[in-house]
Ligand binder design. Structure first.
Ligand SMILES: Nc1ncnc2c1ncn2[C@@H]1O[C@H](COP(=O)(O)OP(=O)(O)O)[C@@H](O)[C@H]1O
Ligand SMILES: [Mg+2]
Length: 336
């Protein structure tokens, strides 16, 4: 496995007269290896777009070391630009041009054979709509056209910033299938999202960012395993008596109506044996697997008060809740 993207210690702060200094990326690390579909997951305002813009030389980093396909960024980016397709800022297309004409112009400008245009239109599912004007496209179709433009040069690395935004469920599914087929064809994909389910469904690796810092990284299943509290759902006829027996056996038991949740169990047999020896027969014994959603909430911080909506950027690691906030937000905490 070779590194396709390496980021170490990336920092970027924005300054404005009204709001002062705002740290968008705060010593962030990222490693994407060849062949991965790598999810870049984080809540709104956590620094994903800023990271990708810095990586692609669209904004100047304050500190950090970055490489793309083995070349340092931004200095040596031109050497590999032809092998990287990226959509980080939603491209603005000229509404009066058709999709086909738009791509033909981009192909010519990029020195790509015009024959690629039909291929990429097919690939993104716009084959039959390529002759319509872009202004008549839905948001989802414009997204597809953007992806098509990034695919023109047949890149080895594709970087997509929140490609699922604005798509309907069917569009999201197609985008997912498209990413899978690209990955099967050997393209490395880095895809950012604040939508957990998306990352869980498409990606094999994930890096989670919160307040400009990496809070978790690795194989999706391994990151999830780190959150496995080894809990079992137990259904049994006399839950109160069962709870007593299991507690006496040294297990942590919480009751929830007609079932129990037993924690810190390494072997489910401990539960069935303890209860069976007392003549209580287990009706159901199900491992409670963590999903990325709870892992993500645990990492990035759930709202402090359940009734108060969490604000943009209000994402704090549980063990950082009492520390000084990294990003000093005003009351609204919304982008300038
Ligand atoms: N050009 C900019 N000027 C000032 N602040 C910015 C700018 N771009 C991003 N930010 C701030 O940096 C933080 C991270 O933003 P961003 O990278 O867009 O997050 P994400 O893509 O994860 O939603 C936010 O607080 C945002 O308001
Ligand atoms: Mg963004």
């Amino acid at each position: 496995m070779s590194a396709v993207i390496e980021i170490e210690g990336l920092r970027k702060a924005f300054h404005s007269l009204r709001r002062g200094r705002r740290v968008a990326v705060d010593g962030f690390d990222l490693l994407v290896e060849s062949g991965q579909i790598h999810g870049f997951l984080g809540p709104n305002g956590s620094g994903k777009t800023t990271t990708l813009r810095a990586l692609l030389g669209l904004v100047r980093a304050d500190a950090g070391r970055m490489t793309v396909l083995g070349r340092t960024s931004p200095e040596q980016l031109p050497q590999v630009a032809g092998r990287v397709g990226a959509i980080v800022e939603s491209p603005q297309f000229f509404g009066n041009f058709t999709g086909h004409r738009t791509l033909r112009l981009l192909a010519r400008a990029g020195g790509v054979p015009v024959a690629r245009v039909d291929a990429v239109l097919e690939q993104v599912g716009l084959r039959d709509r390529g002759d319509e004007r872009v202004k008549g496209y839905s948001l989802g179709m414009k997204q597809r056209l953007a992806v098509a433009s990034a695919l023109l040069k047949d890149p080895e690395l594709l970087i997509l910033d929140e490609p699922a935004n604005g798509l309907d469920p069917a569009g999201i599914r197609e985008m997912r299938d498209l990413m899978r087929s690209l990955a099967e064809a050997g393209v490395t994909v880095l895809v950012s999202s604040h939508i957990l389910a998306e990352i869980q469904l498409i990606c094999d690796h994930v890096t989670i960012i919160s307040r400009g810092r990496r809070v978790a990284a690795g194989r999706v299943d391994e990151v999830l395993a780190g959150f496995d509290r080894h809990e079992l759902l137990v259904r049994v006829d006399e839950p109160a008596r069962a709870a007593e027996l299991l507690t006496a056996a040294g297990l942590t038991v919480t009751g929830d109506g007609d079932h129990l949740v037993v924690g810190d169990v390494d072997d489910a047999a401990t539960v069935s044996r303890t209860l069976g020896e007392a003549g209580l027969w287990v009706r159901e014994l199900t491992p409670l697997r963590p999903d990325l959603e709870s892992a993500f909430l645990e990492l990035t911080g759930a709202p402090a008060h359940p009734a108060v909506p969490r604000q943009v950027d209000e994402t704090v690691l549980p063990d950082q809740r009492d520390r000084e906030p990294v990003i000093d937000l005003d009351a609204k905490g919304v982008d300038a």
